[in-house]
Design a protein around this ligand. Structure first.
Ligand SMILES: [Mn+2]
Length: 326
């Protein structure tokens, strides 16, 4: 039996499902989680989504009233089947020891090529644009229900993970998936407006000042921006996770001579997140993985438990010694 059929069988035989996306969930993680959650409920099974942090403001419009999103692990009801979405390794998910002990099986559905197949069942499709595209395929193979609300969630993940069809992960299948979702009732105009045209004045001012701080090296092929807590605070970014919503991450790649760009985000005195974005043929997943992170060839990230200056030093030391590999 192929993996699709194996997973679909669980939707028939299982009873209680727990859906777990990756930490700091993005559009693909949230979209695929909400979509699969609703699909499972429509086939009359119990399902809950476990996200123990605030869902970013920019994706909250996707949530509908009867979605069950649990923030506190202690109030999770019974579950036997855990499905992780869009996570390349177990550490990237919110799955805890207790969740592993309480469940019978972990199904890992993902599209990161760095996925280490941590599940009991692994549906990993690195050629897929997004986890949402895999969920669409799963629903078609299994004749599972697709409503306009589900289609909206899946199209959101395709939009955000492909940078609205600009990234290298886009294939003819991506456009076909999007067309199919629109036929199932996804409202692409509303999604584009909610996802792209919902920034605040502070977001744009923050973006401008971050650009003024950009630096370049290596014949200007490498660009980076250091995003301090102070800079965030100046523009009312009270939570570092809002930085992604401002559109600054990856923005330096709009410059013709930039091949690779880095974004250092100060989380605390001993925690720095680094996001990497590249143009073909570079592969920044190598550097993210070196520091315990993961992601894709052209978009990856990691966390370094150092202050922002030391984190920069570590990344640059490694990067400039290994640039030819990337
Ligand atoms: Mn994804």
């Amino acid at each position: 039996m192929d993996i699709f059929q194996q997973i679909i069988k669980f939707f028939r035989t299982g009873t209680n499902f727990l859906i777990v996306p990756h930490k700091r969930p993005d559009g693909d993680a949230i979209g695929s989680s909400l979509a699969l959650h609703r699909i499972i409920k429509l086939v009359n099974k119990n399902s809950a989504v476990f996200i123990p942090e605030e869902i970013p403001e920019s994706f909250r419009f996707l949530i509908v009233n009867d979605d069950i999103i649990v923030q506190d692990e202690n109030i999770l009801s019974n579950y036997d089947i855990v499905i992780t979405l869009d996570s390349s390794n177990l550490d990237r998910t919110y799955v805890t020891r207790k969740i592993i002990d309480n469940s019978n099986i972990i199904i890992n559905i993902d599209h990161h090529k760095t996925n280490d197949s941590f599940g009991d069942i692994n549906l990993v499709m690195p050629d897929s644009s997004s986890t949402c595209e895999i969920i669409l395929k799963l629903s078609k193979v299994g004749y599972l229900p697709l409503t306009p609300n589900i289609a909206n969630c899946l199209l959101t993940g395709i939009f955000t993970d492909t940078g609205f069809f600009r990234n290298q992960n886009v294939t003819d299948a991506t456009f076909e998936s999007a067309a199919e979702l629109i036929r199932f009732g996804a409202d692409h105009e509303t999604l584009i407006s909610k996802l792209l045209q919902s920034k605040t004045v502070d977001d744009l001012k923050f973006h401008s000042e971050a650009m003024l701080k950009s630096e370049f090296s290596y014949q200007k092929q490498v660009g980076w921006i250091v995003i301090s807590k102070e800079l965030m605070k100046k523009y009312n970014i009270n939570d570092y996770r809002q930085v992604w919503g401002t559109g600054i991450i990856g923005f330096l790649n709009n410059i013709s001579h930039v091949e690779v760009s880095y974004y250092f985000i100060e989380v605390s005195d001993n925690e720095t997140i680094i996001e990497y974005r590249a143009k073909n043929p570079h592969d920044v997943s190598i550097i993210a993985k070196h520091f315990g992170g993961g992601g894709h060839k052209l978009a990856s990230g990691c966390t370094i438990n150092e202050n922002i200056e030391l984190a920069q030093k570590k990344v640059f030391d490694y990067f400039f010694n290994n640039y030819s590999l990337m």
